[in-house]
Design a protein around this ligand. Structure first.
Ligand code: G6Q
Length: 539
């Protein structure tokens, strides 16, 4: 499947782009949103783009035409359109030149590329063909479950990319949960996570899906064995209740031990895997196959939209550029994602992994240490809840935190109440808009404690309603925003070496515990680990 990136891609460098120099100059005097008359209705209409199910409103960012033009030049110099095409065509972009690296294609888009205008490259076509075969296998499996009616509960075991995205999307579509269907999640190595998920469950009616791309993750294997014990103690056969999602040939790919084995491929990164079987099995069980299919269709529609060569119509690219402006040029260290949608209450946790694991990088694609700021610290919670919590700091704290709002014209369930002349949905949107405007313009006051500095940048991704299709488009929007940023910074957004060191050391310390369990007093293998273990003895 591997092809090599061409020479042109290899010589690009963020620090040498002409636009980078222009933007540095512009960053000395970013657009002032607080000056009377600067934030106008005209400006709100002007800095607005739309695609698929969404509009991006970015008049409340610290940009003007000169900044946006320089940002679009930056995108052009970094050849982002070309790179996005190559990514979706299956070129090997997950690579660090000149060093051992994962050396893989990045083809999560293929997991949903079987609708209109599928990719024509042979690699992407083959990947989409394999992915579709799994989707159809899933459809048969779910149809059979629906006919048999044996299973009412699904326990999903997985961690990181095999948990965060699927879980966030499960909560996002709760209103569509099928009758007599429930999902529980087990993720943490903490035994309390498993024990509490298993409370009160009717094991006879429980299906378990073990999700691990590699099939070797400590947390997931430990939890699988833990849950299996519940079944064997209840004299039930795990092989009649457990299904898996993993790479072909992984330890979890074994039909003698599992009811069904679903597959993913090394061209899907864990955090980019929600639209593969990683999310598919659980989402189809919970909401029905058709909902999952619609979700895939929405993601695919946005995948196609980001191939639009006109940067002004490319929502992910505009959001990526605004993020780079705020992070690398205005030096704001963090970014809050605030969905004004209770259904998205877990969504920021997913985007946090997607963004921070992808773009929290300190070397470029040639192994050189970068001399500029890359991915921000990303965090957030749903609005309006967050207004009653950390928004104090966002408005008046000493650190400026740019915000990305997500909101919808209509509520998901269309049930509402008129109180004091307006619906709750209207009040929700009023709060969202008020935050954008208040953060931008600020407020003067004689009382210093009531002064709002303003110039706190934000933008809004506004949709009509959070349907499965819109949810798919939203996921793809963020995935591609992050990919575009990586292309521009010339970092590898698709590996995650940063999580390895902790895993290696944890295994050494587990060795210390194992030695202790066998009553070998100290292992001598890892004195620092032994010293920390001795701290436990004092309780
Ligand atoms: C995501 C990361 C990471 C991964 C987990 C679980 O991109 O690679 O979060 O998803 O470590 O890995 P497995 O699916 O292999 O168990």
């Amino acid at each position: 499947m591997a092809t090599t990136p061409d020479k042109k891609t290899q010589v690009l460098d963020f620090t040498t782009y002409k636009a980078t120099h222009k933007l540095k100059v512009l960053a000395a005097r970013p657009f002032d949103l607080t000056t009377e008359g600067n934030l106008t209705p005209e400006r709100i209409n002007r800095y607005c783009a739309s695609a698929v199910d969404f509009k991006l409103l970015y008049g409340t960012e610290r940009i003007d035409d000169a900044t946006m033009n320089a940002l679009f030049e930056l995108a052009e110099e970094a050849q982002v359109h070309d790179k996005m095409q190559k990514m979706q065509a299956g070129e090997v972009l997950n690579v660090i030149q000149g060093y051992p690296s994962e050396n893989r294609s990045v083809l999560h888009t293929a997991t949903r590329d079987f609708f209109e205008q599928p990719q024509t490259s042979e690699i992407a076509r083959a990947a989409a063909h394999d992915a579709k075969a799994e989707v159809l296998k899933l459809k048969d499996f779910i149809d059979k479950l629906d006919r048999d009616g044996t299973f009412t509960d699904l326990i999903m075991i997985g961690i990181g990319g095999s948990d965060l995205g699927p879980r966030a999307h499960y909560f996002a579509l709760q209103h569509l949960l099928k009758k007599n269907r429930n999902v529980r999640f087990i993720c943490n190595l903490d035994p309390d996570d498993t024990a509490s998920a298993m409370l009160g469950i009717d094991l006879k009616k429980a299906l378990v899906v073990v999700v691990s791309k590699t099939g070797t993750t400590l947390e997931t294997l430990s939890n699988e064995m833990f849950v299996k014990r519940y079944f064997t103690e209840a004299k039930l056969k795990p092989e009649e209740h457990f299904v898996t999602v993993s790479l072909k040939g992984s330890p979890l790919d074994d039909r003698s031990k599992y009811l069904e084995c679903f597959y993913m491929w090394d061209w899907i990164g864990g955090r980019y895997s929600t639209t593969s079987m990683v999310g598919g099995v659980m989402l189809s069980f919970a909401f029905g196959f058709n909902v999952f299919w619609e979700f895939l269709r929405g993601a695919n529609a946005m995948d196609k939209a980001v191939l639009n060569p006109d940067p002004k119509q490319n929502l992910s690219l505009i959001a990526a550029l605004l993020g780079i402006w705020n992070r690398t040029f205005l030096h704001y260290p963090s970014l809050a994602i605030i969905p004004y949608s209770q259904a998205l209450w877990r969504y920021t946790a997913h985007i946090q992994q997607l963004d921070m694991e992808s773009n929290g990088k300190h070397i470029d694609k040639h192994g050189n240490v970068v001399t500029f700021d890359t991915g921000p610290i990303l965090w957030g919670e749903a609005g309006t809840n967050s207004q009653h919590s950390f928004f104090q700091m966002i408005h008046q704290g000493t650190t400026v935190v740019p915000l990305e709002f997500v909101g919808f014209k209509e509520s998901q369930m269309q049930k509402d109440n008129v109180y004091n002349g307006t619906t709750s949905q209207q009040k929700l949107l009023s709060n969202l808009f008020a935050q954008m405007l208040g953060l931008a313009t600020g407020q003067t006051n004689e009382n210093p404690n009531k002064v709002f500095e303003g110039n706190r940048p934000s933008h809004l991704l506004l949709g009509k309603q959070l349907t499965p299709h819109a949810l798919g488009a939203l996921l793809s929007f963020f995935e591609h925003k992050i990919a575009f940023q990586g292309f521009i910074w010339n970092i590898n957004s698709f590996d995650q070496e940063g999580v390895q060191l902790g895993k290696v050391l944890a295994n050494k310390i587990i060795g210390c515990f194992a030695a202790q369990n066998e009553q070998l007093k100290e292992t001598q293998l890892y004195p620092l680990g032994d010293a920390l273990l001795r701290q436990l003895d004092t309780f």
